[in-house]
Design a protein around this ligand. Structure first.
Ligand code: MG
Length: 263
């Protein structure tokens, strides 16, 4: 559950380091695009974002698949067998991809960070599910040698704790927005990725996190005014459905037009 409500506060801190851009569910806001598709990952790489985010579920028979919602075409992914979901189509006609397929594609883009969200149903901790999905996620990332460029994000605090213990060199960002950076840090987690309304309500959390050596990401920041506000706050990453807009606002220029970047 998102703990922060939208509360517009003062945002007057000087810009710090230039934030990096994360394409939320890949770069899909283009002709033929679909969230969490393999093509959205390739499109994110084509526009040279720092990272591309994607959402992962595990099927009942232990296959990791990439999709945002718990259901695809009315099938609950975590309760289904992979054979019953493997031919499900995304909005653009691509089939749902496995994490194996997604990470294999990611190997083609060595400059880009893979921002790996591990989903839990209704964003709650689920001990039995987490006991299965956590080792599978770690195994998958190691299988493809992507330890050095994977950031993990999750709403479940217990899941973040487990990943942080197993992958101590990696950035793990807690998503839920209900804890201060210090409280997250005390759980052994080295990052936060909160809805931007949390930072409008608690702009001091950016410095608090940085003083603890934590990374700060924010989601899902789509308007120019909100992107500018997060830049001014000094966050490390901005996760957005409008990555080219964010790039333009950060650097003053965009890498290329949507049309030329989207295949
Ligand atoms: Mg996500």
């Amino acid at each position: 559950m998102l703990a922060c409500t939208l509360a517009l506060g003062a945002c007057c801190q000087a810009p710090a380091e230039t934030p990096a851009v994360v394409a939320h569910r890949g770069y899909w806001k283009c002709e033929g695009g679909a969230q969490n598709s393999i093509s959205s990952l390739a499109n994110a790489a084509a526009i040279k974002v720092w990272g591309s985010e994607f959402d992962v579920w595990m099927t009942a028979d232990d296959t990791l698949v990439v999709n945002h919602d718990p259901k695809l075409h009315h099938i609950m992914l975590k309760d289904a067998k992979f054979a019953d979901v493997k031919n499900l189509e995304l909005d653009n006609g691509e089939l749902i991809s496995t994490v194996d397929q997604y990470l294999a594609k990611g190997l083609e883009f060595p400059e880009m960070q893979m921002v790996f969200e591990i989903k839990t149903y209704k964003d709650l901790s689920d001990t039995a599910y987490e006991a299965r999905v956590v080792p599978a996620v770690v195994e998958a990332v190691k299988k493809y040698g992507l330890e050095n460029r994977t950031t993990f994000i999750a709403f479940s605090l217990t899941l973040c704790e487990q990943i942080a213990k197993l992958m101590p060199e990696n950035t793990v960002q807690y998503l839920n927005g209900d804890l201060s950076p210090k409280e997250v840090y005390e759980h052994g987690i080295n990052g936060i990725d909160y809805h931007y309304s949390c930072f409008k309500k608690h702009p001091e959390w950016v410095k608090e996190a940085h003083d603890l050596g934590m990374s700060v990401n924010c989601w899902t920041v789509n308007s120019a005014s909100d992107i500018k506000q997060m830049i001014a706050l000094g966050v490390d990453q901005i996760t957005t459905n409008e990555p080219t807009l964010a790039q333009k606002l950060i650097s003053g220029k965009s890498c290329c037009s949507k049309k030329s970047c989207c295949k």
